[in-house]
Design a protein around this ligand. Structure first.
Ligand code: G
Ligand code: G
Ligand code: MN
Ligand code: NA
Length: 253
């Protein structure tokens, strides 16, 4: 209750911000996008990590107005970067709960139109903490997302409920391999084979593959050898405030 109340205050009076983590094309070395990650600093509690407050927001329904705030803030940022001549595609995390609102598709369309965001500059990362309560509603929302021209990434693939069933059921265009698989990848043949198999499987299905949590040049080399398309991780950059992003844009890193 405490966390929920304070988060609600932050949403109303400030205290939330978005940081952006660069995503790098494995073959060109260019920054091709960024993931928007929510940050919350509470006057009394200090920095509260999303791993603590997102589950609370999901449990109390606050994720819905919070998600709208995130979407609006990202759209404003996308337009600012585009108008500065450095357009960048931004991936925003969306909880399954948001998708399960009957009118979520039209809400999304309204936000996109109001800001004038070109659909190819916004991508949705489907984040999964619990099983889909209503797959029909989620599918309808995603069909709407697709008709708007946005790409959808299945986040944290291979963990929790983010499974092959979703790949089959939902109109996604990318999968993101969870850090849980990237971190042990170089520790054994099985761990490496698993990552390689996920990349091959995804490519067979016509999906782009993003690896998260890439921390070392050895990991990057291995992912390059396996044909992984895009990487994200501390090897390049932590999530940074929006004003620090321009130095990542436009030049190979
Ligand atoms: O920033 P950090 O790496 O601590 O993020 C932890 C997790 O919190 C992310 O993996 C992501 O799933 C979730 N998260 C971060 N920002 C958002 C957001 O804006 N919306 C939702 N739904 N989840 C987010
Ligand atoms: O949406 P998702 O759960 O993927 O959010 C990414 C999370 O992973 C964030 O909490 C971010 O701080 C964290 N992260 C991003 N890059 C790295 C990395 O290279 N190493 C580790 N250990 N964590 C990372
Ligand atoms: Mn994510
Ligand atoms: Na996630």
């Amino acid at each position: 209750v405490l966390l929920h109340d304070r988060l609600k205050l932050a949403l109303a009076y400030g205290g939330l911000s978005l940081h952006y983590q660069p995503q790098v094309d494995v073959f060109s070395g260019e920054v091709v996008g960024a993931e928007a990650l929510l940050r919350w600093t509470d006057p009394a509690l200090g920095e509260v990590p999303p791993s603590r407050f997102i589950p609370v927001a999901e449990a109390t329904g606050l994720i819905l107005p919070l998600g709208q705030w995130v979407l609006n803030t990202v759209c404003r940022q996308i337009m600012a970067w585009q108008q500065a001549g450095t357009p960048l595609r931004v991936a925003v995390n969306v909880s399954m709960q948001q998708l399960q609102q009957p009118d979520w598709g039209s809400q999304l369309q309204e936000v996109l139109q109001r800001h004038g965001v070109p659909p190819d500059l916004l991508e949705l990362e489907l984040t999964e903490s619990e099983a889909m309560a209503d797959p029909v509603l989620a599918r309808q929302s995603l069909a709407c997302v697709k008709s708007l021209g946005l790409n959808v990434t299945l986040d944290d693939f291979g963990t929790g409920h983010s499974s092959l069933a979703y790949v089959q059921q939902l109109p996604i265009s990318r999968i993101k391999i969870a850090r849980d698989f990237i971190e042990p990848m170089l520790q054994g043949d099985n761990q490496a084979a698993l990552v390689r198999a996920v990349i091959d499987l995804s490519h067979t299905l016509g999906l782009t593959v993003v690896a998260e949590g890439v921390e070392s040049p050895d990991q990057l080399r291995r992912l390059h050898r396996y044909g992984c398309d895009i990487v994200q991780g501390w090897l390049y950059a932590k999530a940074v405030p929006a004003q620090e992003m321009p130095r990542w844009m436009g030049t190979p890193v």
